[in-house]
Design a protein around this ligand. Structure first.
Ligand code: DO4
Ligand code: MG
Length: 274
């Protein structure tokens, strides 16, 4: 795992932490054969005692964040429900079965927050949810080089009113959270990976849910192939892969809620609604 922190870059292996000093975040995460590169670095660097969670920054510097949608059945049914009055339901049904996935621009680094930082809901929206999503780091060679946790915070009333309002429902200040680290693996991530979410209000759980990557309709390389077909990413790019968990229709997040998203082997991303 690699962490971008206020103290520099820290790699974690077997619960031991190592400082990576000699290259910047963009340069590190775009190294070819990143798993082998990191192992080599770790073998030649001194370990540090621990990692202070409060120093963790979002694992992003010059990258954009993109997102895919309607990749799980639950996401399709939720969108059809929220847009039924606007007659938009059919769009979601069709994209779920279409060859081309839904892919949209989500956030710049400046609109993104990291672990333990505040996310926001829009002032002009009444119905808001977190979207817990496995998030890929795709390097500048268009290869999946790592995995992180993403929260595609979304306004359901704005999106439901008209599908053309999607960019306003999805992209605004602090609408994206990613972190706490990038998990770098030798093999592709297992389809058995669980993605869990819990929302706490005044310390009490008000929603929790869980899905598994195996429930996703599409393959991860398929999403990457569409994203990178006509867009180049000289510093790599993050791709949120869609939510499989949507709270019931009478639920909305409010200010002060704490959102915890956990993905096997990556960790837990915690954010509070500002
Ligand atoms: O189609 C709207 C957005 C879908 C989305 O963000 C998701 O399925 O996660
Ligand atoms: Mg989403």
């Amino acid at each position: 795992k690699i962490y971008n922190t206020t103290q520099g870059i820290i790699a974690e292996k077997d619960s031991k932490f190592f400082k990576i000093n000699d290259l910047g975040w963009d340069q590190l995460i775009n190294q070819p054969a990143l798993f082998a590169f990191l192992n080599n670095k770790i073998n030649n660097s001194e370990s540090v005692a621990s990692l202070d969670e409060s120093t963790i920054l979002a694992p992003i510097v010059s990258q954009e964040i993109w997102a895919s949608g309607v990749t799980y059945l639950r996401s399709k049914t939720a969108r059809m429900e929220e847009s039924k009055d606007a007659g938009g339901g059919d769009f979601y049904d069709r994209v779920y079965d279409a060859e081309r996935p839904e892919i949209f621009f989500k956030a710049t680094a400046a609109r993104t927050v990291g672990h333990l930082q505040d996310i926001r809901i829009r002032k002009d929206s009444k119905w808001n949810v977190p979207e817990p999503e496995l998030t890929l780091f795709v390097n500048n060679q268009n290869q999946i080089a790592g995995y992180t946790i993403g929260n595609d915070v979304s306004s359901r009333d704005i999106e439901g009113e008209n599908p053309l309002y999607l960019p306003q429902a999805k992209s605004y200040d602090k609408s994206a959270a990613i972190g706490p680290c990038i998990l770098v693996l030798e093999e592709p991530i297992s389809r058995d990976t669980d993605i869990a979410v819990e929302i706490l209000r005044e310390g009490k759980t008000v929603f929790d849910g869980k899905t598994q990557l195996s429930q996703m309709k599409r393959e991860l390389p398929e999403l990457v192939e569409y994203l990178t077909r006509e867009c180049s990413f000289p510093q790599g790019v993050f791709l949120m892969t869609g939510t499989g968990t949507v709270p019931p229709d009478d639920f909305t997040m409010i200010s002060g809620d704490e959102v915890k998203i956990s993905i096997d082997n990556i960790g837990t991303l915690i954010n509070t609604v500002e």
